[in-house]
Design a protein around this ligand. Structure first.
Ligand SMILES: *Cc1c(COP(=O)(O)O)cnc(C)c1O
Length: 407
C-alpha cells in the first residue's frame, strides 16, 4: 500500500497523531479533510459516505449551508460575552428550543457530559429542596450498559470498565439496574430516589432498543413515586430515531431532557438541559454555569441547526428511510449477522462472535468508501446524516451486502 519513498499524506498524518496525541481513541485509519452533506474526503482525495455522522452530531449533514451562513454572520458580529453580560442570541435560541421541545426553561452548556452533569445537579437539588430528601442522601437510578459521557461523576455509574477503571474514587449516589426492565426500576426506588436517568435507546451500548412500552412504564413508575424521569437524548434526539425525540415514540414527556450533539449540527459544541420552572428554578445566580455556555456564536449556530431540522422535516425522513433501510439490511442473508436492530436511521448490525469482531467489517467498508464505526466490539452502527437520500442508501446497501457476505 505505501512505500518509504512515496508515503501517502494519510500515513504522515497518522504517524504524527500517533506521536503527539493521547491514545484514548482507536480511529479507523482515515484522515478527513473536507465534508459536504453526507460525504467526506480524505487527505489522499478519496470520497466516503459518512455513516456515523459524528455519533449523530451531524444529522443536518456536513456544513449545512444555512448553519454555516449563520455561523459566518455571527463570527463577524460577536462571539463570546460570558454570562456576566447578556447577548442578543441566547434568548432567541432558548425561546426556539423551549417552544420546539415543549419546556418552560433551558440551560445552555457546551458538551453533552456537561449537560448530563447539569441535570444531575438540578435533580439532586430538586430532591432536597422540593421533594424533601434528607441532606446528601439523594439517589439517582441509572441503567446497565449506559453511556452518558466522560466526567468523573458520569463514569462513576458506568458499567463499562474501560470507561471507569482506576478513575476512582467514584461519586456515590447512583443505583444501577438492568436496561429495559421497568420492574427493576420499581424495585430500586427508595424514599431517597430523586431521578431515573435513561437513554431511550442505547447508542454507545450497541444500539440497544428497549422493549415496547418500557419508556412509558418507567415514566409512570417515576410519576407515581415522585421521581424525575431524566431522558438523555443527546444521541437519539433531533430526528435520529424517526421522531424529534425518541421518547415521543411512547408519548413520554421527560421531566428533564438532556440534549447535545445535533443541537448545533456539527458546527460548534452546544448542549442543553431542559425542564419546567419547578425544577429549573432550583438554580440561582452563581451556583452553576459555564464560560462558553450560551455564547452568541453557539446560540446563533444552534438556532439555525434547529430550523434546518424543522424546515427539512428530517425526523420524517429518518423514519421513512430508516424503516426501509432496516428492512433491506434484515433481508441480507449473511451467516455472520446475529441481528439487525434500530429505530429510524440509528441502526446496528451485530456480528456473531464466531465470525470475529465488527472492526474488520468496518475496515472493509472503508476500503469501499463507507465510513461506519464499530461499537461494543460486535456491532456495526449505521447512522448517516439524516439528509441522506434513498439512492445513496441503495448504493451503500450493495457494498454492505458484499462485505457481510464475503465472510
Ligand atoms: C455523546 C453522548 C454523551 C456525551 O456527549 P459529549 O458531548 O461527548 O460530552 C452523553 N450521552 C449520550 C447518550 C451520548 O451519546
Amino acid at each position: 500500500m505505501m512505500t518509504t519513498a512515496h508515503r501517502t499524506k494519510t500515513a504522515d498524518f497518522l504517524e504524527e497523531v500517533d506521536r503527539y496525541s493521547a491514545h484514548n481513541y482507536h480511529p479507523l485509519p482515515v484522515v478527513l479533510t473536507r465534508g459536504e452533506g453526507v460525504w467526506v474526503w480524505d487527505s489522499d482525495g478519496n470520497k466516503y459516505l459518512d455513516c456515523l455522522a459524528a455519533y449523530s452530531a451531524v444529522n443536518q449533514g456536513h456544513r449545512h449551508p444555512k448553519i454555516i451562513e449563520a455561523a459566518k454572520a455571527q463570527l463577524d458580529t460577536l462571539t463570546l460575552t460570558s454570562r456576566a453580560f447578556h447577548n442578543d442570541q441566547m434568548g432567541p435560541f432558548l425561546h426556539r428550543l423551549c417552544d420546539l421541545m415543549g419546556y418552560e426553561r433551558a440551560l445552555p452548556m457546551n458538551t453533552g457530559a456537561e449537560a448530563v452533569e447539569t441535570a444531575i445537579k438540578a435533580v439532586r437539588r430538586w430532591g432536597y429542596r422540593v421533594k424533601g430528601v434528607p441532606a446528601n442522601r439523594a439517589e439517582i437510578v441509572v441503567c446497565e450498559n449506559n453511556f452518558h459521557g466522560r466526567t468523573t461523576t458520569v463514569v462513576s455509574f458506568s458499567t463499562d470498565t474501560d470507561a471507569n477503571a482506576d478513575y476512582g474514587p467514584w461519586t456515590p449516589g447512583f443505583m444501577i439496574i438492568p436496561y429495559g426492565d421497568a420492574e427493576a426500576l420499581k424495585a430500586a426506588i427508595t424514599p431517597h430516589t430523586v431521578g431515573f436517568l435513561v437513554e431511550p435507546l442505547q447508542g454507545e451500548g450497541g444500539v440497544i432498543v428497549p422493549p415496547d412500552g418500557y419508556l412509558n412504564a418507567a415514566y409512570e413508575i417515576c410519576r407515581a413515586n415522585k421521581v424525575l424521569f431524566i431522558a438523555d437524548e443527546i444521541q437519539t434526539g433531533f430526528g435520529r430515531t424517526g421522531r424529534m425525540l425518541c421518547c415521543e415514540w411512547e408519548d413520554v414527556r421527560p421531566d428533564v431532557l438532556v440534549l447535545g450533539k445535533a443541537l448545533s449540527g456539527g458546527v460548534y459544541p452546544v448542549s442543553a438541559m431542559l425542564a419546567d420552572k419547578p425544577i429549573m428554578d432550583v438554580f440561582q445566580p452563581g451556583d452553576h454555569g459555564s464560560t462558553y455556555g450560551g455564547n452568541p456564536l453557539g446560540a446563533a449556530i444552534a438556532t439555525a441547526a434547529l430550523n434546518v431540522l424543522v424546515d427539512e422535516q428530517l425526523s420524517k425522513r429518518a423514519q421513512r428511510l430508516g424503516q426501509w433501510f432496516l428492512e433491506r439490511l434484515r433481508n441480507i442473508e449473511a451467516p455472520c449477522v446475529a441481528e439487525v436492530r434500530g429505530k429510524g436511521l440509528m441502526i446496528g448490525v451485530e456480528i456473531k462472535r464466531e465470525h470475529g469482531t465488527a472492526r474488520p467489517y468496518c475496515e472493509a467498508l472503508m476500503e469501499r468508501g463507507i465510513l461506519a464505526k464499530e461499537t461494543h466490539e460486535q456491532v456495526i452502527r449505521f447512522a448517516p446524516p439524516l439528509v441522506i437520500d434513498k439512492e445513496t442508501l441503495e448504493w451503500a446497501l450493495t457494498h454492505i451486502t458484499e462485505v457481510l457476505k464475503a465472510t
